[in-house]
Design a protein around this ligand. Sequence first.
Ligand code: NAP
Length: 251
Amino acid sequence: MIATDRERRVALVTGGSRGIGLDIALRLAGEGFAVTVAARKEAGVAAAVARIEEQTGAPAFGVAADMADETALGTLATAHADRFGRLDVLVLAAGLGAEEPVGAIRTTAYDLQMNVNLRAPVLLVRELLPLLRTTATAHPEHGSRVVALSSITGVAAEAGLSVYGATKAALLSFCETLSLEESGNGVNATAVAPGYVDTDMTAHLHGRLERESMLGVTDVTEMVLGLTRLSARAVVPSIVISRAGSQLWRA
Ligand SMILES: NC(=O)c1ccc[n+]([C@@H]2O[C@H](COP(=O)([O-])OP(=O)(O)OC[C@H]3O[C@@H](n4cnc5c(N)ncnc54)[C@H](OP(=O)(O)O)[C@@H]3O)[C@@H](O)[C@H]2O)c1
């Protein structure tokens, strides 16, 4: 642990190598947070760490961890705690989706989405809860926060995304329970549920959907930054971000 880190608020961002997670990590670092970035691929993690340090000057630490691997989740939690000894904001952005109708769901795709989108966030929160609690006790004004990237698909069903939507609906419920159990200890949780965001994840939609009609990563990031500025007394169970147009409840 380095001495200067004691002065800074600290974040851990899963899925921090690309897309929404990278933008959140960059902006948190820009606000002065020290940041741990986690993703599956070592090269992506290293590139994100270098970019964060170069653009913001904030300390950044990278851990390559497959969210589907329980041992890797434990290693990530320990590595973060050893490096920074503090956790003000845990952003759970690692995720993936497979588009297939219910009649054609592949068991392997089901297992992967469940493991990465739901099991990993739950196990990681369990492992990091002691650190979130001690951080909230030491810094009672803001407390500590968990922000999970859900999806509007977890609120309103989308054909072809049954399993993905089920994992995201579960995250909404999980965040509510976490706030019920832990907000008295200064630990709050929020599920952020956007419609389609223009990232690698939605690149396959470019023929079907105008990129300009999608949300930008900054639309999500601004909400996350806002959450980090709230007092520990403010519980925000969920934030839905819909896209402009004549249908409110669609991805
Ligand atoms: N884009 C959208 O339209 C949209 C809308 C609503 C919600 N969301 C949610 O927002 C989150 C971020 O989405 P995004 O659009 O930014 O996705 P993205 O651009 O595809 O980035 C996904 C991130 O998750 C990481 N990741 C994927 N599988 C992983 C695994 N097994 N272990 C560790 N890390 C893994 C990736 O790292 P590697 O490159 O190392 O695999 C990458 O950093 C996801 O949870 C997604 O479900 C997205």
